[in-house]
Design a protein around this ligand. Structure first.
Ligand code: F0G
Length: 353
């Protein structure tokens, strides 16, 4: 009869939050670790997918949002604001609805996936479409939170990282040890910073003996952490990581450096190919940005990297249903076949007879 209680109740003693913080939860966290038979067979490593699309709003953002919203409400907030490429706004809107406070979201006009926009709207957010990119939206959101009574819940709010670090705890608990390598897509760079914090805390508390090498993958048209400088006009089909000036730049760089890892980039083509292969081979449908880490494993395998015998965890950050327009755009031929309503026509069309 035990039901997972969400990351605040499961991990309250490990979260650096005010003692009287209420719990606003949708049951986030506790997501599956799915063994990738495909990537393990290819690389000789044990590759596990941390499937964050299984969170309540379909992305890892829910881990951070339960904490950020709960703390904001505990401090008396009546409204919350965020800039978003889509998932943060979907998650914030859902948790604000649950809390009974007002969600205000700023998104780059025409650049967020339809599923994510639908979520924000249905959860009752006021959606402001900005003629600009994510980085513009974040600048404006920060200023609004300074001048008006709205709490900012982007990952510059440290409560977001507190919640997101719990994914590392779950991974170590599941594997019985930290993985050798952790791979994940990187945009605004909050998540890699949160994972690194979580892994380090588990070593400090004696729950893990080591930390993994952290490898962050960006889209080649939006790869400031690879280039070492902000990108003024980021562009990628992976709209979730279309970010030119990550807010958690320093924390993310520290995570890569301290862990012996690095940031690299994958092209849109490599990302989309990885998305399709992961869906077709492992049965896990992720959004394009979420496939950047999988693309990274394929790229390094092609380059001859030796992962033999290692344990590798790849965080796949968001659900494929969020952005079906992009998913289907790769298929020029119809994947379905239209037939008359009879058995022999179906058998013939399916090549069974
Ligand atoms: N994957 C997905 C599906 C995302 O939505 C994001 C970020 C990332 C990866 C990158 O994570 O920013 O912590 O490095 N999405 C934010 C948003 C920016 O607004 O939803 P990060």
């Amino acid at each position: 009869t035990h039901q997972w209680r969400g990351v605040i109740e499961e991990y309250r003693d490990r979260l650096d939050i005010p003692a009287n913080t209420p719990t606003i939860t949708l049951g986030e966290g506790g997501t599956p670790m799915v063994h990738s038979d495909w990537l393990s067979g290819l690389t000789g490593a044990e590759v596990w997918l941390k499937v964050e699309g299984n969170n309540p709003t379909g992305s890892f953002k829910d881990r951070g949002m339960t904490v950020a919203l709960s703390v904001a409400v505990g401090e008396g907030a009546k409204a919350v604001v965020c800039a978003s490429t889509g998932n943060t706004s979907a998650s914030m809107a859902a948790y604000a609805a649950k809390a009974g406070i007002k969600p205000l979201v700023l998104v780059p006009q025409g650049k967020i996936a339809a599923g994510k926009l639908a979520q924000a709207i249905l959860h009752g957010a006021q959606v402001i479409m900005v003629r600009g990119n994510f980085d513009d939206c974040l600048r404006i959101s920060r200023a609004l939170a300074e001048d008006f009574p709205v709490a900012l819940v982007n990952s510059v709010n440290p409560m977001r990282l507190e919640g997101q670090k719990t994914a590392s705890f779950e991974i170590v608990d599941f594997l019985g040890a930290a993985p050798d390598v952790h791979v994940l897509p990187t945009g605004n760079a909050g998540n890699i910073s949160a994972y690194w914090k979580g892994y380090k805390e588990y070593v400090e508390s004696g729950d893990a003996a080591s930390t993994p090498v952290m490898r962050g993958w960006q889209a080649s048209g939006a790869a400031p952490l690879v280039l070492g400088a902000p990108v003024p006009d980021p562009e990628t089909v992976a709209s979730a990581i279309r970010i030119g000036n990550p807010a958690s730049w320093d924390l993310a760089m520290a995570a890569a450096e301290e862990s012996g890892g690095m940031f690299r980039k994958a092209t849109d083509e490599q990302i989309l190919a990885a998305q399709r292969e992961l869906a077709a081979r492992d049965g896990v449908f992720v959004e394009p940005a979420s496939a950047a880490g999988v693309a990274g494993i394929l790229i390094e395998h092609d380059e001859g990297a030796d992962l033999h015998g290692k344990t590798v965890v790849v965080t796949v950050t968001g659900h494929g249903l969020k952005d079906i327009d992009t998913a289907l755009s790769g298929f020029t031929d119809l994947v379905d076949t239209v037939v008359d309503a009879d058995v022999s026509a179906a058998a013939r069309a399916a090549g069974l007879d």
